[in-house]
Design a protein around this ligand. Sequence first.
Ligand SMILES: [Zn+2]
Length: 510
Amino acid sequence: MAKFSLFFTFIVIISSVFGDEYHNHKTKSLRKTSKAFNEAEKTTEYWVSQGQDKLKELVNRKYNNNNAKNVIFFLGDGMSITTISAARTLLGGEEKNLYFDNFPYTGYSKTYCVDAQVADSACTATAYLTGVKNNYETIGITAKAKVQDCDAHVNKELWTESIVRWAQKTCKATGIVTTTRITHASPAGAYAHTVERDWENDFEVSNNKCDADKVDDIAEQLIYNIEGKNLNGKDLIEEWKSARGSKASYIWNNIQLKAIDYENTDYILGLFEHDHMKYNKDVVANNLGNSEPTLSEMTEAAIKMLQKEENGYFLFIEGGMIDQAHHYNYAQLALDETDQFQKAIEVAHKMTNNDETLIVVTADHSHVFTYNGYPPRGSPIFEAVEISDVDDLPYTTLSYANGPGYEFMFDTNGNRKNPATFDFKNYKLQYPATVPLSKETHGGEDVAVYATGPMAHLFNGHYEQNTIPLIMAYILKVGPYAVDEKCTSCATMPILILTLVMILIVKLLK
Ligand SMILES: [Zn+2]
């Protein structure tokens, strides 16, 4: 004990002699002075009154104890807290808020899956849509099912049921909107049961030595799960149209989306790309707005459709390209896609009534993305601002722990490259990564949950990710909390899906 105290005293003396070596923000920087954002920030009054305004809002906040008629669930794929903080600077400064930053209630969700420390989008989709944690790479099936186990895939006793199905059973309208392939892991969590997320088409099923006649791929499940048919090899889009009747509309571009006759349309299948949709910046740069809608435009169309259902609705909206951009170390695109995502949330919030519509915003998992150094306030976030006191080279404020950006971190001799030579105007610049990997990985820490509307306060605190759909179900009175499930034949319920499936196109060509 005595030794311990001596050691502690020694440390204190050392640090008082040499200063705080851990937070040395007096090292060299390419930008020494902070941009003055607001002169008032230099005063006590500014900060105290700003804090007091927030406190007043908190003290006067009233719980909204209504049940929700509608739920809109926004999922920013890979939208880590670092991503959120960095994206705020795109709005004009560190002090700005993304639209959902203003939601009254927040919580944290733990994202690990049953057999993995760091989750993928398949096991997390199962957690946040069906209320059950399961194994990495599997969707809508319990952890008793091992990955790529053909027999487990078809064992319905292992299937978990999603909140989309729960809502349909209580006669609510449902919709799925995503910027990825509609058969990709996150949206698949709404309707599919599979032991392998890559079984988006029957080629992949056969490739893994399962019988594609018995094992339905994800695209088939999208179209047929509702009616329980097995129609391998058929034209899925035509099958969807004929099953839905004259009020079903299949669209594939933004002009058609804008021309929807909502009064005479009950079902929409919108597939706007042959793979994931394009990054927003690519759509803008190549003037492709007539072919690809923005996430906000898809959100608006989905809400207009679903609002027709007097029993209410459940709508799942995914900003899927945040994750894709991070995997390539495209930091600028990840933040731009986050901006697109928050704009869609603003559209949804302004189109709906806070007294009857619960809006929940979260991410499935984090990424190994950092926002680092001690750059002065208002520094350009995408540039190299600070200078290392070890190799005397500048370093970027944004970087990754791993990924293809390794190439931009070190030269062939293992020396760090000088980021001052990078083309920061190129939005597809790959940000430096420490460990070389062909694709950057997810991160294992918690993600944030934001909520507004009926009983949004229930999302406060810290919980396992699979709690989220159970809270939504409680507030919406569906699933385990349903009073009456009158619509067990789900085929009659409107389902609206906006995005694209390469797999469906593949089937058409067969
Ligand atoms: Zn991912």
